[in-house]
Design a protein around this ligand. Structure first.
Ligand SMILES: NC(=O)c1ccc[n+]([C@@H]2O[C@H](COP(=O)([O-])OP(=O)(O)OC[C@H]3O[C@@H](n4cnc5c(N)ncnc54)[C@H](O)[C@@H]3O)[C@@H](O)[C@H]2O)c1
Ligand SMILES: [Zn+2]
Length: 373
């Protein structure tokens, strides 16, 4: 790659496909060069949203055109509300109108909504064509762009229609985080702290000792972020997700550990009517889970203290402002679809979690004990 120095490459040898995640500063300029060897055709469709296209669209299109690709563009209105079958259908029609064949490809440029929708369209168009993920939100960089899960929402629930499709390449230009809102950046740290807990004291302490969002609250954007540190942090997070996904691509066992904090987190998210960010709910879910598990003798108290302190230091919530019974009701409603057992992901130590199947009533005990009113 060219003079765009500081970058890290994380290799992902998933069973269905092996690919690289290139994480660095300014790497968007090299996108065309990196994509060229992966596509035998000449046509690409850039799928992106109304916020990201004006910021980075031309730069991406220019880089791809410089390698001789014909570029088509599908821009939809930003936001989870557009992650629908309707947008997905329009995307497929645009793919057909663009004359995309199985030799061509899709470039997903944006946050997790774009990545999930474009990935699902690529997974189903002509029974699957190549997708390159170019995540521009912190959440998409550390979580959604890696691992091959793609989906859209149905009226009956989030991510209910989807497919597995590993990307051929993931290009993460950390410099694009400059334009993200500090609130969105902070929310993503919920998942980053989760990755730290899964990984162990090395990464966890690195995250806990230097809150990277310090000083950004109240700012208009993230232009003053420490981008060099961000490169190594994002790459470390990708490695954590990579290790889990490679061991269990289809979520039969180990991949469930990525749900750490999510069972309670999802219930908090639903109880807030989706007004709270997903990462914030995961952070709160993690803190509540650990406190509750400590009171039942499952998680050592010092581990819980370290995790709660870390969540706090990022300005993320460590409890929920909803009554315990309300959250437990949500859990039970969710369990109607899954049976009465919860696969609780319990933290034994930093870097050591265990999936413990437990009765919903025992899990409710954890919630009651862990929630601070
Ligand atoms: N596939 C998976 O494994 C997986 C994992 C976690 C989450 N997800 C999905 O990811 C989605 C959430 O992702 P998200 O938080 O990125 O949401 P998002 O895609 O809606 O992005 C959040 C907002 O930030 C804007 N944005 C993105 N990059 C920007 C940039 N560089 N500068 C300025 N604005 C920018 C977007 O336009 C949007 O308004 C959810 O739909 C969730 O289901 C998927
Ligand atoms: Zn999550």
């Amino acid at each position: 790659m060219s003079e765009h120095a500081a970058h890290e490459v994380v290799h992902v040898p998933a069973a269905s496909r092996t690919y690289d995640v290139v994480c660095g500063r300014g790497v968007l300029a090299d996108l065309g060069e990196m994509v060229r060897p992966l596509i035998t055709g000449h046509t690409l469709l850039i799928v992106t949203d109304s916020h990201v296209w004006p910021l980075y669209g031309e730069r991406v299109a220019d880089s791809l055109r410089s390698q001789g690709f014909a570029i088509n563009i599908f821009v939809f209105e930003a936001g989870e509300a557009r992650k629908t079958l309707q947008t997905y259908g329009t995307c497929l029609e645009v793919m057909a109108q663009s004359g995309l064949t199985r030799d061509d490809g899709v470039i997903a440029l944006g946050g997790g909504v774009v990545g999930d929708l474009a990935g699902f369209a690529a997974a189903t168009y002509m029974r699957g064509i190549t997708v390159v993920q170019v995540p521009t939100s912190l959440l998409a960089m550390v979580d959604s762009s890696v691992g091959g899960k793609t989906a859209v929402d149905l009226k009956g629930g989030k991510n209910l229609a989807g497919a597995f499709l590993q990307p051929a390449l993931v290009v993460e230009d950390v410099d694009t985080l400059a334009t993200l809102s500090p609130a969105l950046l902070t929310d993503a740290f919920g998942e980053i702290i989760k990755h730290g807990v899964l990984s162990g004291p090395g990464l966890f302490n690195e995250i806990a000792d230097h809150p990277l969002n310090a000083g950004l609250m109240g700012a208009r954007d993230c232009a003053t972020l420490d981008f060099d540190r961000m490169v190594s942090l994002v790459a470390a997070n990708v490695r954590v997700k990579r290790d889990v996904v490679v061991a269990d691509e289809r979520e039969r066992g180990l991949r469930q550990t990525l749900n750490l904090g999510h069972t309670i987190g999802h219930a908090i998210e639903a109880a807030s009517n989706y007004s709270l960010g997903h990462g914030s709910c995961v952070a709160a879910g993690l803190a509540i889970l650990c406190r509750g598990a400590t009171s039942l003798g499952l998680t050592p108290a010092p581990v819980t203290r370290a995790i709660v302190r870390c969540v706090e230091s990022y300005g993320l919530p460590t409890t929920a402002h909803a009554p315990a019974e309300g959250i437990i009701e949500r859990l039970r409603a969710d369990k109607k679809r899954h049976g009465s057992t919860v696969n609780a992901v319990i933290v034994r130590f930093l870097g050591e979690v265990e999936v413990v199947p437990m009765d919903i009533d025992r899990f409710a005990q954890i919630v009651r004990a862990g929630l601070i009113p």
